[in-house]
Design a protein around this ligand. Sequence first.
Ligand SMILES: Nc1ncnc2c1ncn2[C@@H]1O[C@H](COP(=O)(O)OP(=O)(O)O)[C@@H](O)[C@H]1O
Ligand SMILES: [Mg+2]
Length: 375
Amino acid sequence: MKKLRVAVLFGGRSAEHEVSLVSAASIINALDPNHYEPVLIGITHNGRWIVHEKALQMLQQGKIETNISAFPAADPTVRSILLLDYTAADIFAGEMEIDVIFPVLHGTYGEDGTMQGLFELMDIPYVGAGVLGSAVGMDKVIQKQLFAFHRLPVVQFLSFTKNDEPQKAPDKLAEIEARLGYPMFIKPANLGSSIGVTKAIGTDELKKAIGVAFEYDRKIIIEKSVENAREIEISVLGSDELRASVPGEVKPTREFYDYQAKYEDTSSLLNIPANLPENMKKNAQQLAIKAVKAIDCSGMARVDFLLTGDQLYVSEVNTIPGFTKISMYPKLWEASGLSYSQLLDELIRLAMEKHQQKKQLKTHATKITDWYKNN
Ligand SMILES: Nc1ncnc2c1ncn2[C@@H]1O[C@H](COP(=O)(O)OP(=O)(O)O)[C@@H](O)[C@H]1O
Ligand SMILES: [Mg+2]
């Protein structure tokens, strides 16, 4: 049987570049060599694509030792990746055909729909959410608005763009304080890994936090804090039919699950499965599936909740969650009966199936002359 050539994309231009390398290493290791032929594609911090069997080591060491860059062809009649060497007399250095793309890119230019748009143009099957689900999954404001529209429980929030300059307008600050009350969480709308996220307990802090969040994005979200919240997460898998894993719980050992807690001080604990009453588990699983549907997401997603008392709030959906062997997304599936490599099989199968289904859709309206003949 012909092996499936899987292009694993990692690194990328986001602040989560390093995390992506760790996720990708686990995935490449676990792809069954009897069924798959992995093609390693590393994307550098500045966006250069490297197709090389040592691409992962090169990115880990920050030393790119090849003149060849890869150029994905947005032309669907090509359906491959061109290899070019600008330093050679003949810049054409070959091409690489691939069957399916596995983007392991967290954050901007990877998880946010931009990359997915490129895959659509290339007409190659890819793992995970499509353009819309990815873009909405990245935007904390739009997704919360959609959750609210679908009557999913969300914390009270307000959103501002750079032009609003709420940090400079005392009346706006007073309104935020009156409507949300302290403590509050201030975050850039489109980022992850808790970058630019601050918890504020007074006006001065609020002003500063707004300034910080605007350094990362033109749009910010300010949320009421759910105090002493438990952080519950559920993995979702599937396309039209979605499955939810058992819930897990993150126990940060810091004030909140900030960047340090996530990647530097790794003493935060994962409790799998989370210790929750049976009815709350079921409720969380149903909410997770509804949240994924609300943003038209498919493939994979990790849905994060904040829990206080018996009130669950849907916090956010991550469409390319951390994927190392010890990450919550695959760990939750393991606890639900799907091993790490079975999970990869299933994600790749879903990617192929979705692409097939799309192929069968009509792309042109009936010619108007034919329409008149038949009607
Ligand atoms: N409204 C809130 N109430 C309580 N804690 C919050 C709230 N919003 C965020 N947090 C804390 O901040 C962390 C990061 O926020 P989150 O919205 O998940 O952003 P990111 O996309 O960067 O992970 C959460 O895991 C949680 O610990
Ligand atoms: Mg989060």
